[in-house]
Design a binder for this molecule. Structure first.
Ligand SMILES: *Cc1c(COP(=O)(O)O)cnc(C)c1O
Length: 396
């Protein structure tokens, strides 16, 4: 029964010809790309033709996604990586050398903070953290060897808005590269390249992909030479994304604008409703006039409050436990940017490594929650939150 003919099922055949084209971007999981001759390969490596060779070095699904995010950020030649942290890693490892200094915001994403505190110093890079809402503190932390300033526009979880204009001026004055992690704000809230940033980073995992089914990152540099350094580092360190993840993220990205509008509108409604709840000690929402940086919501974020709301319950950990139990249809987990509303508790997740005093200094108590507001019916959300908070207070 063995087929001894020259054809074998393990040999790939071409896909059938079609005069019509697929509407949807094809998913291309191939690791390897074949060429006709060594001369043709020379042409490709030497830039006379373009084409892919090996997926770690680049593949079509990543490039399709990258061009779309480029469009949102007003960038060119951005790169997709396997996670948001891969984007931070490629930027730092690609652009720093031993003896350089990095100034970071003091409320960066947890793993970025760890990179500043533990990982970069292992490679001889000096790091300092300072409050990005306080330009004098940032300026005081600059050193002659400061090569990079790394900031997030809106901090986690207290949603402070950084003094972006001041920081851009500071980077210019001291000749440092300004790297902006734009994950929380998204290009809808802030466009770093229009305000003096040299490099923009995203965790695509969050709002851009929006469905909690991929981890991906994005980085773009204004200067093509810097971008090339980042690309070489990412490829060498193997920070490559999976084609399937890129394909899913492209699909998610198509509805990003609509999701952002709905989630932000919902967040504003929820923030106002939470502020009226007797069990709530305080609400932090950049779009509210009582937010400590509301003036910068107007000047930096064009009034966009975004989809993140934080609040503090009366009653500490017992009230927190009771509320998450009562809010049985609201997902409780440490992420953000999903289509559905997700609740996270900073003291037991992102900020658990800090001492209670360290958390208190940031304003994070045991009753502190961060809400990534989704695209549900806003009336349903308000009803569920107010009922869960009332239940928690009732049981204290
Ligand atoms: C989630 C996040 C990251 C890391 O992204 P991953 O895709 O989880 O690696 C970096 N920065 C910010 C602001 C984030 O929220």
């Amino acid at each position: 029964m063995t087929d001894k003919s020259h054809s074998s099922i393990v040999r790939r055949t071409s896909i059938p010809n079609s005069a019509s084209e697929p509407l949807v971007t094809p998913l291309m999981p191939s690791v390897v790309y074949t060429t006709q001759t060594p001369d043709a390969l020379d042409d490709q490596y030497e830039g006379r033709t373009t084409g892919y060779t090996y997926a770690r070095e680049g593949h079509p699904n990543a490039d399709v996604l990258a061009r779309k995010i480029d469009q949102l950020e007003g960038a060119e030649g951005g790169l997709i990586l396997g996670s948001g942290m891969a984007a931070v890693t490629a930027t730092m490892m690609g652009l720093l050398k031993a003896g350089d200094h990095v100034l970071g915001g003091d409320q960066l994403y947890g793993r970025s903070l760890r990179m500043m505190a533990e990982e970069l110093p292992r490679f001889g890079v000096e790091t300092t953290l300072a409050d990005p809402t306080d330009i004098d503190a940032m300026r005081a932390a600059i050193q002659p060897n400061t090569r990079i300033i790394l900031v997030e526009v809106v901090s986690n979880p207290t949603l402070r808005v950084a003094d972006m204009d001041g920081i851009a001026q500071l980077a210019k004055d001291c000749g440092a590269l300004l790297v902006v992690d734009n994950t929380f704000t998204t290009p809808r809230g802030y466009k770093p390249f229009e305000h003096g940033a040299d490099i923009v980073i995203h965790s695509v995992t969050k709002l851009l992909a929006g469905h909690s089914d991929v981890t991906l990152g994005y980085v773009a540099a204004r200067d093509p030479a810097l971008m090339q350094q980042i690309v070489v580092t990412a490829t060498t360190f193997g920070l490559t994304p999976s084609p399937f993840d890129c394909w899913l993220a492209e699909r998610g990205l198509h509805s990003f604008d609509l999701r952002f509008d709905r989630a932000s509108a919902n967040a504003a409604i929820l923030a106002d409703a939470l502020a009226e709840c007797p069990g709530v000690k305080r609400v932090l929402y950049p779009g509210r006039a009582d937010h400590p940086d509301h003036n910068r919501t107007v000047s930096v974020l064009q009034g966009e409050g975004g989809n993140m709301v934080s609040f503090e319950l009366h009653g500490g950990r017992p009230a927190a436990n009771a509320m998450t139990t009562a809010a049985e249809h609201i997902a409780f987990g440490p992420t953000l940017g999903d289509v559905a509303t997700v609740l996270s508790h900073s003291a037991s997740s992102s900020h658990r490594a800090l001492t209670p005093e360290g958390r208190a200094a940031l304003g994070i108590s045991e009753g502190f929650f961060r809400v990534s507001v989704g695209i549900e019916d806003p009336e349903l959300l308000v009803r569920e939150f107010t009922a869960a908070i009332a239940e928690a207070q009732h049981n204290l």
